[in-house]
Design a binder for this molecule. Structure first.
Ligand code: NAG
Length: 263
């Protein structure tokens, strides 16, 4: 343990002349937790999620809690957001990124346990399979974000990664509806939450990479990238953070330099 005065001095030095007492007292090395799906998770068999590459570009330890096949709803119902809540401490940073598994209709008799209730507020649906109450993407994500902020952590709500934007040879960067939902979630949560449009950051990178190079990053389907693709998707996230794209996030001060320039 370093004495308090040393911590304070280090905090002041790191945060510059305009440091407030609150900033000065930040933990020197907060932990970054990642909550998401397969596109962020440690996967394998020729595929990988981008969360595994984030540690290459930031100075903080990363705990990647992303897991394949999850939506904001199933991540909630399986207690995975709650597990992170039990782990976070003051000043930690939690990145929440869902959307790939959140579509579909929970009202269906074949409800897959992942589809959120349509809408962005307090709408509710009933599972056509189990009868359980199903909430919106915003309900689940905002509840998780608020639980972390209540413990003194900071939250980055990141929009989902795009699918292959050059599928079929034509560039298409039209966002899924969950991109806008993620932006709305950060706005609704307010202080302590910020938003990164990871979707459009990766989209800008894919525009620059072009058709052949982008298609080369998707060896199996249009959603999951190769390890090389995951590394690039992580770099696009980090570059977006460095550019305040879309707003300043708490990760900005922990970027390694030089910051990747992929878009
Ligand atoms: C985020 O910022 C980028 C760059 O300015 C912009 O292209 C994009 O539309 C923004 N995303 C949202 C959801 O506002």
């Amino acid at each position: 343990m370093r004495p308090w005065s040393t911590l304070l001095a280090a905090g002041l030095a790191a945060s510059g002349a305009h440091a407030t007492p609150v900033e000065a007292a930040r933990r020197a090395t907060p932990t970054v937790y990642l909550a998401g799906d397969s596109t962020m998770a440690k996967t394998g068999n020729g595929l990988m999620g981008w969360g595994e590459y984030l540690p290459n570009y930031i100075t903080l330890p990363v705990v990647n809690k992303a897991i394949s096949g999850r939506s904001a709803r199933s991540y909630t119902n399986e207690g995975r957001f709650a597990e992170i809540e039990s782990l976070v401490r003051t000043d930690d940073i939690v990145v929440i990124e869902f959307g790939h598994n959140d579509g579909g209709s929970p009202n269906s008799a074949n409800d897959n346990g992942r589809s959120d209730c349509p809408g962005t507020a307090d709408e509710i649906c009933y599972s056509g399979k189990t009868g359980e109450i199903v909430y919106t993407f915003n309900h689940y994500v905002e509840a998780a974000a608020r639980s972390y902020i209540a413990k003194g952590a900071r939250v980055i709500i990141s929009s989902q990664t795009p699918n292959n934007m050059w599928e079929g040879g034509t560039y298409n960067n039209a966002p899924s509806r969950f991109v806008g939902y993620a932006a709305t979630a950060a706005k609704n949560v307010g202080a302590g939450a910020s938003f990164v449009d990871h979707f459009q950051a990766v989209g800008a990178m894919f525009l620059r990479l072009g058709n052949a190079a982008t298609n080369g990053l998707y060896p199996q389907d249009h959603t999951h990238t190769s390890p090389e693709g995951a590394d690039l998707v992580a770099q696009a996230f980090v570059q977006a953070v460095s550019l305040d794209f879309n707003g300043t996030t708490p990760l900005k001060e922990y970027l390694k330099t030089p910051v990747p320039q992929v878009f």
